[in-house]
Design a protein around this ligand. Structure first.
Ligand code: UDP
Length: 366
């Protein structure tokens, strides 16, 4: 056998493992079925602008170890995510904070805002939120739910809000202060020069083969290494034997515009039900771009079907139960470690993926 480890997938999980394994003196081969590294954090230049080809990625974390780790491979800028919500032409600040409440209700003080929310929550009669709709109303009241959450969420997940788990919305902060920073994280930024360069630095000196489909050449590839780190979809690994796990997919319509500024912000969410896209990303603002042109991507959310890119795991009860069964099969594969968003069927942020990879490295590499 030529390699200690075969790493399937050159995204963040695979790149972190490969880097650590090499540092521990192991022989590593990384493969990816795509023609490029960096998985879904891949960025590519268009009009001298780093375009997030598989959706916007804003690095944010409270985990100092992870922050210091990524800073070894890239310098991060001071980008702060402050998306704007566009509801039928009315603009609101996100996440939900005093600017949002002032625009929605004309309230001026935090007490007035809190009273409004409490009143709307009381009117809805919710004591223990059982689903996303009830969770949202009890956090921010019915007006904000109707204008800024319902349409967006139902487009994003393709399901009614009263059939979605409440944890999805708990990702978003609610603040009674004038603070448009979307994340509560202590550390935040975008790697200057793009994510692809950051991942390339992680993979420096490591053999990488692109355009190689593991599942199509499994026996031959398995024979090349003692162990496999598999970061692809867990159900695909088992040939969908127990059925397919559900994902939400996203289609991006990317356009170059011959103007310097289209929307004045990196992200504008379209929160009504009628606009077919969920949001528009204007990539240059992630890096305070001064280019003469601009590149925008409209995002359309759709149910995943074979052949599409899987993006968001649908973490409802049905899929969680199916994943648990695949997990049992995975635990029996002695030579293979499953990791990352697809390998663990988890709605992972980037920092959590890196943390999980580093923890696995400690167990595996000592
Ligand atoms: N959300 C919403 N309105 C918005 C933005 C987000 O209702 O304008 C809800 C929606 O349910 C979404 C969840 O909050 O799925 C999490 O949003 P986030 O921006 O964290 O999702 P991601 O960036 O991972 O796509």
């Amino acid at each position: 056998m030529k390699y200690d480890y075969l790493v399937v997938g050159a995204g963040l999980y695979g790149a972190v493992f490969a880097h650590e394994a090499k540092a521990a003196g192991k022989n590593v081969l990384v493969i990816d079925k795509r023609g490029h590294i960096a998985g879904n954090v891949y960025t590519e230049k268009m009009e001298d602008i780093n375009v997030h080809r598989y959706g916007a990625h804003i690095f944010h974390t409270n985990n100092k170890r992870v922050w210091e780790y990524v800073n070894r491979f890239a310098e991060f800028n001071r980008f702060t995510n402050s998306p704007v919500a566009n509801y039928k032409g009315e603009l609101y600040s996100l996440p939900f904070n005093m600017y949002t409440f002032n625009k929605m209700w004309g309230v001026v003080t935090p007490q007035e805002a809190a009273d409004r929310i409490e009143q709307q929550k009381r009117e809805a009669g919710i004591t223990e939120p059982k689903n996303l709709e009830e969770q949202a109303i009890s956090l921010v009241g019915r007006d904000i739910y109707e204008k800024l959450i319902k349409g967006y969420t139902e487009k994003q997940w393709g399901r009614p809000c009263d059939q979605l788990p409440s944890f999805i919305i708990r990702r978003l902060p609610v603040r009674l202060t004038f603070d448009n920073n979307y994340f509560n994280a202590l550390y935040q930024g975008i790697p200057m020069g793009g994510y692809t360069a950051m991942v390339a630095n992680m993979l420096e000196g490591i053999e990488v083969k692109l355009g190689v489909d593991y599942l199509e050449n499994k026996a031959e590839l398995d024979a090349m290494a003692d162990k496999v780190i598999y970061t692809g979809a867990i159900d695909a690994y088992f040939g969908y034997a127990l059925g397919a796990l559900e994902y939400r997919s996203v289609r991006f319509e990317t356009e170059v515009l011959d103007i310097p500024n289209f929307q004045g912000n990196a992200a504008v969410n379209y929160t009504d039900a009628e606009t077919p896209w969920t949001r528009i990303i204007e990539h240059k603002w992630f890096e305070f771009g001064t280019q003469p042109k601009t590149v925008i991507s409209r995002e359309y959310s759709s149910e995943w079907k074979p052949g599409d890119e899987p993006y968001y795991p649908v973490n409802d009860e049905k899929n969680a139960a199916l994943y648990a069964k695949y997990r049992e099969l995975a635990d029996k594969e002695e030579k293979v470690i499953f990791g990352g968003r697809l390998g663990e069927y988890k709605y992972y942020d980037m920092d959590a993926v890196i943390d999980s990879a580093l923890c696995m490295c400690e167990r595996e590499l000592g």
